[in-house]
Design a binder for this molecule. Sequence first.
Ligand SMILES: *Cc1c(COP(=O)(O)O)cnc(C)c1O
Length: 353
Amino acid sequence: MSQFFNSFYRDLDPYTPGEQPQDKKYIKLNTNESPFPPAPGVLDIVNRKEAADLRLYSDPELKPLKAALAETYGVTPQEIFVGNGSDECLNFAFMAFGGDGMAYPDISYGFYKVFAALHHISSDIKPLNADFTIDPSAYFSIHKSLVIANPNAPTGLCLSLEQIRRIVEQNPDHVVIIDEAYIDFAEPGSSAVPLTGEYDNLLVIQTFSKSRSLAGARVGFAIGNKELIRDLETIKYSTNPYNVNRISMAAAVEAVKDTAYFSECCQEIIRTRKYTTDALEALGFTVLKSQTNFLFARSCDITGKALYQSLKERGILVRHFDDPAITEYNRISIGTREEMETLIRTIQEILSA
Ligand SMILES: *Cc1c(COP(=O)(O)O)cnc(C)c1O
């Protein structure tokens, strides 16, 4: 830290992203990216003409993307906020709605505590149940806003829509933020987006990074009552009005429009998730019931850290967390069927060595 660093930020402990090593080619199963390329229309739109147009500012209102999302999700454009990744949507939501503090689970997306610290928002951290599920009643009448990843990460477990509804109804005076980064891999009917029309204190956040193969484009969005959305726009226009660049917006529009490609990619991930779960269980692993594009799994024959290291030496990256509560687990993103077959073969080799 330099002597000039603003003392307001002195205690910040920034988010640690998953490794993106450049030393050799890994099978990358550590950051929950899609193994599939973006929709064909995305590849066509990212062209010389779009590049030439980079001399112009992007559309601060992001009209074409909001229109496409509105049609897809059955809401109006005024009920949609678009951010530079869902991380930006979450950051703005912490700023906008964290005035009385923010509650979230102890084992969840690591960025929540960073956003809270960044904005000096007090954190009310709720323990998970022993089986890693979230206890909805811990979030009833808490008199502060809250954020829950649903399905949760890194556990992969999902609350039911009725459980979400209860949490929203029990906190009418604060905002309930549901981070649905993985919802497209969950059972149909799990998304809380339809509830946003019923409750003016519900904000649902989704991303193009996982199910739409656009992690590098940085596009996420929030759906909620138009007054909540207006608050997020206030923060955005006080921060970075051109928050989503031209090429990313054009890419996102194409990705939303290609519903057939989108659902084929999601279905393939779900099929491969089943294959990998069964194969890991056959090797003696405990695997939580994933509703996402990753598995959270532990072996009784090797520690979480040792498995992570052995896999890395053999060219496969998974995500290991040092938190003692989950240190025996690894989070393994679902890649292509072929990548997962290689993973299983490699784990067999490691276990029999
Ligand atoms: C990946 C992820 C995000 C961030 O997504 P971006 O849109 O890439 O910023 C947010 N929340 C959870 C739970 C995630 O896993």
